[in-house]
Design a binder for this molecule. Structure first.
Ligand code: FE
Ligand code: CA
Length: 543
């Protein structure tokens, strides 16, 4: 079934729907179907004087028969009182949802009730199954007299089914204080099938108010450290209209990086907590708030300080996208003890032989086994790893000119990187491609079997997207590193933006899109570079 794109390419598409709803025009427009469901929600007798759907809607975890629909009831999203998250105090609410085969919600194909519990900040995660594969659906939530915006999502093709084309964006690093989310808006206008969020969706820290060039403030002016402050941080980001629009338009595949909890943290090791137990309490709060605000399946239900995030998504015979979690299970930063064991640093081999320890893991033993099983068993044409951080070695120099590596990314875990590369080679997996964020700049890299040998074969391709808004590394300084890193084919840290990918059986086309000015809420977009990877030929080729 072809995608009825026109309805959603219109940049005002769902805002129009929303105005209809808020203006009471929905019934008049004939859009209020399935009165039985509305009646059940209405029976709870909630009359809202503030919109409980101020954080919008989202979807994710797409399967061939369904997805997860998300919203969070929050009529007062930034409520400062931890006893009333989102301004609510009841134990729970019943929220109705409807799924339609059309953008106007005329042909309702499924409906149901979901519970919004106080203990999860009144978030709703409605797992839906039993739908047709590989097609779009539209959805909305209702409670009492309130109706949410209409979102669009989609199911994926059945395993092994012939799929000709997949279009997706990948994004990372949106710091609210330093810019507007124009990159999210422009990605939404490209109408992707799915969006990969690769981490740093929020920033836990807050700049001092006197910092120059801040365009807007974190609401409570503090670093998020507990459930209330993490919740309110997510809520504030989700009130952003550009981010809401992107979530309402396409299902999200969610990864995280460090700033969902704390800068550069490693597992239970922090740069601000001397003991693991106090950091564990903070991690429990941060992971819970993350779950509350993301369209995650029950697989990712937070279990104390654990949240299972790594997951593989199949898109017929065309692609497998595996999101890998390089934060939760990693070994501590090498050569540090409390309180610096969760902090990246430049380390030389003579200063820090521990970095090279073969037992060090970024992914943890179980996830490594899962990843290697997947690489060995995949039959997909393209095999994409959505990582938190860039994989290629980046040799830098200390002030005395000695070779050194930054330890917060894969350079702190070279033995684990080698195991991944060996498995890619041994498995013969088809067209492996790595995608990452974290470093706030655009990169196209050759993945070499042995990075120390320039004649070693290129076995995979890596693309890294720039930040949505976050501060970028110094361009001129990083250019001086490139001569020591011949596997880097392209680097630019002068712009913010995102990446848009078109996959076909024969090639992968990756567009690096640049935003004109992160401080301009109406920033424009342009294409910085476009690269192609041909089927069977690893390595990015600029076109
Ligand atoms: Fe970041
Ligand atoms: Ca990061």
């Amino acid at each position: 079934m072809p995608l009825p794109r026109a309805a959603l390419v219109d940049p005002n598409g769902w805002f129009l729907d929303r105005r209809l709803v808020l203006g009471g025009g929905l019934a008049a427009a004939g859009l209020l179907a399935a009165p039985a469901i509305i009646g059940r929600a209405g029976a709870q007798g909630v009359n809202w004087n503030r919109d409980p759907f101020a954080l919008g809607v989202a979807s994710g975890a797409p399967t061939p028969s369904g997805f997860v629909l998300w919203t969070r009831l929050a009529p007062d999203p930034l409520s400062p009182d931890p006893a009333t998250p989102g301004g609510l105090s009841a134990e729970s609410y019943s929220v109705a949802f409807e799924i339609a085969a059309d953008a106007q919600m005329r042909n309702i194909v499924k409906g149901g009730m979901a519970v919004a519990r106080r203990e999860f900040g009144y978030s709703v995660h409605a797992g839906v199954a039993g739908l047709e594969s590989n097609r779009p659906y539209w959805y909305r939530f209702m409670i009492g007299d309130a109706v949410s915006p209409i979102g669009r999502t989609r199911t994926v093709p059945a395993l092994g089914m012939d799929l000709e084309c997949l279009r997706f964006g990948f994004v990372s690093c949106s710091h609210y204080e330093v810019g507007y989310f124009s990159a999210y808006r422009h990605l939404a206008e490209e109408n992707p099938d799915v969006v990969l969020f690769l981490g740093d969706y929020i920033y836990e820290y807050t700049y001092p108010p006197e910092t120059p060039d801040l365009v807007r403030a974190h609401s409570d002016g503090v670093e998020a450290t507990d459930l209330r402050t993490y919740r309110n941080r997510y809520a504030q980001y989700r009130m952003d209209p550009d981010l809401q629009r992107l979530h309402a338009l396409a299902p999200a595949l969610i990864n995280w990086d460090d700033h969902e909890l704390e800068n550069d943290y490693a597992n239970l090791f922090s740069q601000s907590h001397e003991d693991v137990e106090s950091f564990r309490a903070r991690r429990i709060a941060a992971y819970r708030a993350f779950y509350e605000h993301m369209p995650l399946s029950a697989l990712s239900w937070p279990n104390g300080s654990l949240l299972h995030l790594y997951r593989r998504y199949s898109f017929g015979d065309l692609a497998e996208i595996s999101l890998i979690d390089g934060r939760q299970y990693r070994s501590p930063a090498p050569c540090y003890t409390a309180p610096d064991w969760g902090r990246g640093r430049l380390q030389t081999n003579s200063d820090c032989p521990e970095r090279l320890d073969e037992k060090r893991s970024m992914l943890g033993q179980r996830q490594e086994a899962w990843l290697y099983d997947g690489l060995h068993s995949s039959n997909a044409r393209w095999n994409i790893l959505g990582e938190n951080v860039m994989m290629v070695p980046l040799l830098q120099r200390t002030e005395s000119g000695e070779a050194a590596f930054w330890t917060d990314n894969w350079n702190g875990y070279p033995a684990n990187r080698d195991r991944v590369l060996q498995t890619i080679q041994e498995s013969g997996v088809s067209n492996p491609v790595l995608l990452a964020g974290d470093i706030h700049s655009f990169w196209a890299n050759d993945i070499k079997l042995d990075f120390e040998d320039p004649n070693s074969p290129t076995i995979a391709t890596e693309f890294v997207g720039s930040s949505i808004t976050s501060n970028r590394p110094p361009y001129d300084l990083f250019l001086t590193y490139l001569k020591d890193n011949p596997h880097v084919k392209y680097f630019d840290s002068r712009v913010c933006g995102y990446a848009m990918v078109e996959l076909t059986k024969e090639q992968m086309t990756t567009h690096f899109r640049a935003i004109s000015d992160r401080t301009d809420p109406n920033a424009t977009v342009s294409t910085l570079k476009t690269f192609v990877v041909e089927n069977g030929r690893p390595g990015a080729v600029e076109i």
